[in-house]
Design a protein around this ligand. Structure first.
Ligand code: SF4
Length: 432
């Protein structure tokens, strides 16, 4: 049997390099000019109220434009861009498209822009559970998947298979992080339900300790492409220093599809993995006694135990976790906290011996409502919780958490990490 082909191109001019990557892997083979093509970038979120570094977090708009141009030059005219960004508090797909200049794709190439959240989802059977997949994605003739070359603190890497989770409605996304399911077993098979096509990993930037904007981005200028999503992920994961057999969802997919998670079964064209590869961490380190992120103790923060997140924490609460942590750290003014435990997710039970237990998110509030270990429950309800509410609830307990501190942190994080405008070019995201 012929080996799947994956191309790796070190990008200089994004249009030319994209064409090279697509041609090297035979990316358009089997596509008819009359096919309807759905492009699925990773636009999981864009924060409008805070400095938002998109580097390695979302797909560069420049790559999306280059792809549409290439398809138009090749005679394809039925092109749609679709995504289901985090719908909290309400879906902002249209606002994101507008802010990033996607409207020009409509004007110049007649591309249709779709926010899946506003459209129909179809229940699809996965043998024992159902996931609601965007009808648009199911009905396209071809799907071109544009994930980012990034790590993920829960899934180790977030590439082609993971980006397809963005074709689900909110209810199904939450189910993937459910207490009765293993996240790594829930989303990989989505690829098998969707139309065939092409995966192009946007490695303009890569993200350490992703997937959110408080990870650390590095400029890499790589494009990795294949008609085989799994093979593409195996290679891209290896490029980031994470062999696929060590990535639970890739190892799982290899098992259910009878494939090898090794790169030896893949033909790599263009640059070699060893030539472009690097090693970046995927997760945050925690204190050994699970009392908070590594460094808590060094900073002298005591009297509080912020338990580490687990895989049941879905994207909504995940996005609030870092703000919550930063606000707690800023509230520390040299005096020990008054014996506080903070728990999140859907399965954690509060432990004994604390004066106050902060239950962050509706799921954890519900799970622990009758927990006899809890002396004083500090409930931060919401799905996901709202930071203003967190501030209010914590202040009522005498813990001086402030949203303003988080806003300041984000400003300085952006400035300290991304001030080199030549490397970290917002023009790759916001098309004029
Ligand atoms: S409360 Fe948090 S963990 Fe629970 S469903 Fe909502 S976002 Fe997910």
């Amino acid at each position: 049997m012929a080996k799947p082909v994956v191309s790796i191109v070190k990008s200089r001019d994004i249009g030319q390099s994209l064409r090279e990557a697509v041609e090297l892997c035979g990316g358009l083979q089997g596509m008819n000019k009359s096919d309807s093509i759905l492009i699925k970038p990773n636009l999981v979120d864009w924060e409008f109220d805070l400095p938002f570094p998109p580097f390695g977090v979302v797909t560069t708009t420049a790559l999306v434009f280059a792809l549409v141009r290439l398809l138009a030059e090749e005679g394809f005219s039925r092109i749609t861009v679709g995504e289901a960004p985090l719908p909290v508090p309400k879906s902002k797909g249209r606002r994101i498209y507008q802010a990033l200049g996607y409207e020009k794709l409509k004007e110049r190439y007649g591309v249709e822009l779709v926010d899946f959240n506003e459209e129909k989802f179809v229940p699809v059977d996965f043998g024992g559970y159902k996931l609601n997949i965007a009808q648009r994605a199911l009905e396209a003739h071809r799907l071109i998947n544009l994930p980012v070359l990034k790590t993920h603190n829960l899934c180790r890497v977030s590439l082609g298979l993971k980006n397809l989770k963005g074709c689900l409605d909110r209810k199904s996304k939450i189910l993937c992080h459910g207490k009765d399911h293993d996240l790594d077993h829930m989303f990989p098979a989505i690829a098998d339900k969707l139309p065939p096509g092409l995966t192009i990993v946007d490695g303009t930037y890569t993200l350490e300790r992703g997937p959110a904007p408080y990870g650390k981005a590095y400029r890499k200028d790589l494009i990795i492409a294949s008609r085989d999503t799994f093979a593409c992920d195996v290679v891209a994961s290896e490029v980031m220093g994470h062999p696929a057999r060590e990535v639970p969802h890739l190892a799982y997919y290899a098992g259910i599809s009878g494939r090898s998670p090794d790169t030896s079964g893949i033909e790599v064209r263009g640059a070699a993995i060893g030539e472009v590869g690097f090693k970046i961490a995927h997760d945050w380190d925690w204190e050994e006694d699970d009392s908070g992120p590594l460094g808590f103790k060094k900073r002298g923060i005591t009297g509080i135990a912020v338990r580490k997140y687990d895989k049941t924490l879905c994207t909504g609460c995940s996005g609030m976790y870092n703000p919550m942590l930063i606000m707690i750290m800023s509230a520390f003014k040299g005096q020990p906290f008054p014996g506080v435990e903070v728990i999140t997710g859907k399965v954690r039970r509060a432990g004994p011996g604390f004066e106050k237990t902060v239950l962050f998110g509706k799921c954890i509030c519900d799970l622990n409502k009758n927990n006899p270990n809890i002396k004083k429950a500090v409930q931060v309800k919401g799905c996901p919780p709202d930071l203003k509410n967190f501030e209010k609830v914590m202040q009522a307990e005498g813990i001086d958490c402030r949203c303003d501190d988080y806003v300041k942190y984000r400003g300085s994080y952006f400035k300290n990490n991304y001030s080199d405008r030549e490397v970290f070019d917002m023009g790759l995201y916001i098309m004029q």
